[in-house]
Design a protein around this ligand. Structure first.
Ligand code: HSE
Length: 303
């Protein structure tokens, strides 16, 4: 029997309102990637769970296998000649909960273990940011916690902040998908100066609210003028779901990543917030299912 390697990687919620393309938080919902070396005929990808039959399994198209191959290239070592890469998916695909970043982060982490372990987390982060195009989901998928990230040339600079158990994240995903390309295509090419200024204060307040646990500042810190006004109309019932979460007692609420999941923040009444959000989606004609999650302070890791 050849090598068997298992990696766990968390879901992530990017942007958090005002932190467009810069903030992301890892959550306690996980995908697993397993590699079983064998003496068969090459590497094959299998998908179990969510996205089975939709996620491509060709090596050149599957994000996890692309990232695994990138780790091998950076380590200058070949991957095992043959084996199965099994993706056990619990993060809903194309819903704004970081499924593609989980595949990239998990894939590079697994590929690094298989090819000598020469890459540290910074090297893996630089590589997957390049593959993804922005760091907000890949950083927490690799590092855990709340990540504040910027790109500087080919390097990703990330500050990780651990969050505590008191805060819950209620992520409700409707049946409708919003592909990230579509959600980025609706964004304007230019912005009013005052809208930029609006976001600067909000994002500073938001990060500080998480660090100091002044959660009463979350509703202000989550406000955004860079992407939310353009994207919310892509989610049927979106505005009503945001309102339903607040009415049911959430501290704040926003679109997760580029949608379609809506994510609320609460320290109590979590089940009522989830039910109210699911109900608001139902009234818009969509089925929806939610998770009550916590921040996960660990990124991709061997299990
Ligand atoms: N920051 C990204 C966006 C996250 O909102 O487009 C989704 O990839």
């Amino acid at each position: 029997m050849g090598k068997v390697i298992r990696v766990r990687v968390p879901a992530t919620s990017a942007n958090l309102g005002s932190g467009f393309d810069a903030l992301g938080v890892a959550l306690t919902l996980y995908n697993e990637l397993c590699f079983y070396e064998d003496d068969g005929d090459g590497i094959r990808v299998e998908v179990e769970g969510l996205g089975r039959g939709e996620i491509p399994t060709a090596l050149s198209e599957n994000m996890a296998s692309i990232a695994m191959a990138e780790a091998a290239a950076l380590n200058g070592t070949a991957l095992p000649k043959s084996g199965v890469l099994r993706l056990i998916n619990r993060i809903p695909p194309a819903r704004g909960l970081g499924s593609s970043s989980a595949a990239l982060a998990g894939g590079i982490f697994l590929g690094n273990v298989l090819t000598g372990g020469g890459l540290d987390r910074q090297a893996m982060l630089n590589a997957v940011t390049k593959l993804e195009g922005h760091p907000d989901n890949v950083a927490p998928a690799l590092c855990g916690g709340l990540c504040i990230s910027v790109m500087d040339g080919g390097r990703t600079i990330t500050q990780v902040v651990s969050l505590d158990e008191e805060l819950s994240f209620i992520a409700v995903s409707p049946s409708v998908e919003v592909p990230t390309e579509r959600a980025r295509a609706v964004l304007p090419q230019t912005l009013a100066y005052k809208d930029g200024v609006f976001n600067v204060g909000r994002v500073a307040l938001l990060v500080t609210a998480f660090i100091t646990k002044h959660y009463e500042h979350l509703p202000y810190g989550l406000e955004d003028k860079l992407h939310m006004p353009y994207r919310l109309p892509l989610i049927p019932g979106g505005a009503k779901v945001l309102q339903a979460a607040v009415d049911a007692g959430a501290l704040g609420v926003t679109v997760s990543g580029s949608g379609s999941t809506i994510i609320a923040f609460a320290t109590k009444n979590e089940a009522a917030v989830q039910a109210a959000m699911e109900d608001a989606f139902m009234q818009a004609g969509l089925t929806a299912s939610g998770h009550i999650l916590k921040a996960c302070n660990e990124g991709a890791k061997l299990i």
